[in-house]
Design a binder for this molecule. Structure first.
Ligand SMILES: *Cc1c(COP(=O)(O)O)cnc(C)c1O
Length: 420
């Protein structure tokens, strides 16, 4: 074993061919979403002609000289290889793709979706400050606000997700630094008027964070006032129920420095193997999502026609209370929605229907290729709005890639077993 090669022409981490030829590098301007997802984040000539970005695993990065070390370390928030935790080619390829999905400039990949929710809260809030979180927030995000944030001296209040600008104005305090949003809300799918709320928050000097996991590319956060967008890549990006990842995307350099510095301080990192799986998932995501969205709508409409059902909660259905916001702000959606059964049924009866389904798994998470049904009635926490948000036993459905007719037949057999 000799010395590591030191020829900067061959080994310098800034060699232009080392940089993934992602959407940011001008390969895809003006093309449609599926085309961009097929062509973005790929390595070009550097990888011996193979189509896909390989998995680059690594902790140590070798520098061509001591002087280069200092110069490169000073640029560690750029897409420059300085040490494993700063990311490598596989991470950067995925970052570029995710930024492209949401119309941001930079994205940071986190080990889970939840880590992507908590990272910007920690990046923007300090002891003595106040944060506003919608009452319909993803449960574990509430848990971190009630646990760690509280312990660090940050106060949170919960607000009605359907609040208007004046309502938000009344909740702002001098020390409110973050307006957290999630639209639609977890389990109950309320939509938020993000542009109106963002305007009020910005006038107050607060940052607007949004969990955009449901909307994916159908809600473009940075054209609607969001400063920091969060996604659980675990869902449709992974798409196969075999990977956990999250992303934090920003549009401004100032926000990038804030979020990326916090990530480095805390030691956030995602495995390049998982990033590679997410990149692979992205290639087919537009088509999976398109199919699943349409199949989900077909199943949701079928539920709406059933006498056992009180209400289907799907933002894309005209029956949704904030459907006008959906039409204004979204270009589509995904295949996750809620079904509220008639109050004449109890949770036990509805759980028995779910237990009897042949094609629907019972489990958390969503966005995979397989259908899921998850009773949610007892798992909904509300502290700021009416606890009776759901008027009957409720089940959250995720529609996968099975034949829609088979799914409906399975559901039909289940509902036919309920007393009229
Ligand atoms: C699943 C989910 C998350 C968390 O993602 P994980 O990768 O499971 O940690 C965050 N927000 C929303 C809205 C989710 O549905």
């Amino acid at each position: 074993m000799g010395q590591p090669p030191r020829n900067p022409e061959a080994e310098h981490p800034l060699m232009p061919d080392d940089v993934p030829h992602g959407p940011k590098h001008g390969t895809n301007t003006g093309h449609g979403f599926a085309t961009r997802m097929a062509h973005g984040g790929r390595p070009g000539v550097r990888e011996h002609g193979f189509v896909n970005t390989p998995v680059h695993r690594g902790s140590t990065v070798l520098y061509p000289s001591c002087e280069a070390r200092g110069a490169l370390n000073a640029r560690s928030l750029e897409q420059v290889m300085t040490y494993g935790t700063a990311g490598g080619p596989t991470h950067f390829a995925l970052e570029n793709m995710v930024a492209e999905i949401e119309g941001g400039t930079r994205a940071l990949i986190t080990g889970t979706g939840l880590a992507a929710c908590t990272l910007p809260l920690m990046a923007y809030l300090s002891a003595g400050e106040h944060c506003l979180i919608p009452d319909s927030v993803y449960g574990p995000t509430r848990r971190v606000a009630e646990g760690m944030l509280k312990r660090f001296g940050i106060e949170t209040s919960y607000y009605d997700p359907t609040i208007d600008a004046a309502g938000l104005q009344a909740l702002l305090r001098p020390n409110t630094k973050v307006l957290y949003t999630e639209s639609p809300g977890s389990h109950t799918f309320e939509l938020q008027d993000i542009p109106a709320l963002a305007e009020v928050a910005h006038a107050h000097g607060a940052k607007v964070l949004m969990d955009n996991t449901w909307g994916i590319h159908h809600f473009q956060p940075f054209t609607k006032g969001v400063d920091v967008s969060i996604q659980a890549l675990t869902k449709y990006v992974g798409g196969h129920s075999d990977v956990l990842l999250g992303s934090v995307t920003v549009a401004s350099e100032e926000d990038w420095v804030r979020v990326a510095s916090a990530a480095r301080e805390i030691g956030h990192y995602a495995s390049p193997d998982d990033c590679w799986l997410a990149l692979r998932g992205l290639r087919s995501m537009p088509m999976r999502l398109k199919h699943q969205y349409e199949a989900g709508l077909a199943v949701a409409r079928w539920f709406e026609g059933r006498p056992e059902v009180l209400r289907v909660i799907h933002p894309a259905l005209p029956s949704h209370p904030q459907h006008a916001l959906f039409k204004r702000d979204f270009t589509g959606g995904c295949s996750l929605f809620g079904v509220v059964f008639q109050p004449r049924y109890d949770v036990k009866q509805i759980n028995a229907v779910v237990d009897g389904l042949k094609l629907f798994g019972i489990g958390a998470s969503w966005g995979g290729y397989e259908s899921l049904a998850l009773p949610t009635t007892q798992y909904i926490t509300r502290t700021a709005t009416d606890a009776g948000v759901l008027q009957g036993p409720t089940v959250r459905f995720h529609i996968g890639l099975e034949e829609t007719a088979d799914l409906i037949a399975d559901l039909e057999a289940g509902l036919d077993g309920l007393p009229r």
